[in-house]
Write a new protein. Sequence first.
Lengths: 223, 199
Amino acid sequence: MKLYDWLTVWLNIDRVMLGFGVTILFFSVATVTAFTGGCVFVYLMDGKQNILKRSLRSALDVLRTLPFLIVLYLLYYGLPQIGIRMTSWTAGMIALSVYHASYYAEILRGARVALPQGQMESAKAHGFTPFQMYYRILLPQMVLRSGPLFGNLLVGCLKDTAFLSIITIYELTAAANALQAVYFIPMPAFIIVIFLYWIISLILERLLRLMGRYSKHRGLSYE
Amino acid sequence: MTVWISGLSITLGVIAGFGVAVLRNANIPIVTQILTLYISVIRATPMITLVLFLFVMTPYLQVEIDRWIIAVAAMTINTTAFNAEIWRSALVTFSVEQIEAAKAAGMTRAQMLRRIMLPQMGITSLPGLVNEMTLLVKSSPAIAMVGIADLTRATNRITAITYKPLPPILAAAVLYLLIIGTMVWLQRKADKYAQRLAM
């Protein structure tokens, strides 16, 4: 490892940063859509069980047992066979969102089960519609209570973005690989990239701690 | 291949994770800090990045290592960090009374660790360990990147021959479903077992 190698990385820092930006973009968009999707799924599964709700639940269960890469392959390489063609960006975004939505749905469902039944009854007695009740009363509690679990999920989502490099998306890992392929400087390139991943996850950890403090402040969770 | 490599790194990872956890808790200066840093960094690093890193590092360092070993090493490094955290949480919450009683009975540290703490910690951290195993299997397709014929790689090869990508991908999906479904089922059993023996 020579100083010159590090200089090469520094001279090409724009390419690393481009990959970093793409990773952040995928990560943030997928987190928002997956979170929203998870909330919607839980709302759809709420209430009396019927065939549709049960099949949605088993579909989400199946999704959670698959590796992310398989889902990605299915969308990007599998679907063109039946005539659905997507760009790598669309496929990556959809795969990441839907896959993680299933995890969010599972966590929120766990929190939903733990909520006291009396709240729902009193909300109904006050004339809330099911959607109002879910949106204003149940959802905020479910979200704030499952804070620590979201932490693992967010880091998992960040790590899954690295798989996107396989379907030719130029994100952080692909950037490191391209850089080392051109200049043959594997050590500095990958160390910088791993460092960047680490920084993101440290920031996430900090944000979740803030959220935990907020939920304690509102009296929704305890030590 | 997937099962074989995952199984090997799981075994190594569980043992190494225990070692790391004990070392980290032993409060040796520098060693503890290094291990903390290792756990923190590796937990944030995607498996693909790690595999690629090790794979391109070997020619750079002028050593020739089989790609099998690289794959197993990457997965072990990854899972060790997670397992260490699981073991450590069991270690930290271990009851002080029992440790004091063991010391009073004249046990050495190694004896205490092996006879008193390990059996109990094994039971309490079993659900967490199995959970980590399923996560490892889910990230194992990353090793296909360096050209090992795991389940995902096999899918690609069949596709390249038949030009029909859908059937092999679905078949691979079903196989992963079976592997991980079995593990989840085992986890539920482990959970029940741990609860029954919980102290």
